[in-house]
Design a protein. Sequence first.
Length: 434
Amino acid sequence: MRNSSPVSDGLKEEGIGFETFDALFKKSRSYDTLAKNIAKAVRACKGDVCYCVEGGVSEDRAAHILLEKGGAEVIEGVSRAAKLAAEAGLFGAYAAVSAYEVCEKELCFPLVIYDLTDADLAGDLKLYLSERCGDEAEALFVCEEGKKRIPLYELDRQEHYTGAGVVVYDVPLLEKKRFSFADCVAVLKRLRAPDGCPWDRAQTHASIRINALEEAYELVDAIDRDDAERMCEETGDVLMQALFHALIEEERGGFTVGDMTSGLCEKLIGRHTHVFGQDKAAGADGALSVWDKNKMIEKHQTTFTQSVNDVPEGFPALLRAQKICKRMAKGGFPETNFEQIKERLDQIVGVLEQAHAAGEKEEAASALGDCLMVVVQLARLTGTESEQALLDSCNKVRRRYEEFEKLVLADGKQVNALTEEERMRYYVEAVRRV
């Protein structure tokens, strides 16, 4: 209770003595600290004491602490949230939260926010709500001076914040400027509804299976280009694919979107025991070791063979090969000597040469596969991602060929009519330029 407020003014009029906690408010670092300090001060009082709060007891965190300790009796008052809701004309369901706790909660609308004590807090609240609703979303600002409708961007530009709160209204889906995860689910459910989009309703896991790969590759391409705008779009497309499959399965009675998000969070918490549990991890390598250990426990894998066999068959071949080699290395097959691996590569190339010379296509294909596998071992040993290395080489070769052809055409020649000497001369120049 503040020294100057409707409650304290009423006590003064009745001649009832009281002590405020304004000093604790000024020296507390956070809302949590303030609540703990108030509860401690109240418990330190001698004899019977009445701790008065503005609004309902359920809205005061210090009161919660006192009640948890026992020995306190609640005499409920009029909720500040209920008062704000009435001012806004909300008489059905709504969510209510302290301005100090908004960032800790999952928001739903209409939203009633009390404890809006000053412009600094209003500024933080404005930024948080604008990300969720858009900075021009309409809100009702209420304080002891009165009430008025304002856009969110004006929340920290008000003259008075005594007894202040704000109500943010719910907006129909098609009128929203910003959308949440729940809105994404709602849109896709609408598309899959009986009166939704015929194409979306017709899709199955199998029919859109390849879309997940396409969207993932488009995201990777945006990352390679360091294109933030495209990354924003493509991460959304990847999310849509995940949600689409989850909703199809929800309709079939398999699992729900909630099952999906719950499983993800359980996995992240369970595998990061160096963050959420008792394990220790020194640096990124230590954290990865903890992750791998917990992953094997989670998947009930008792042998490294099970881990190797768990590498998805749908991976691109080089990526799958490197994953297999990496897991084999963790299971006692380290391959740490570069020269030995290089020597093995030379031996297999010799086998490939013999098979090719003899016209033995199956043997040559097998030897070529072994060559690629050994190259992947070299990639792992040198800390190189083989899939990315080959992609980079593809781009390099493409650019060099483009330069090669430009040089040939600039001299009035045709690429298929060059002598071997000319071809090498142009290629060497192309390599020099690219």
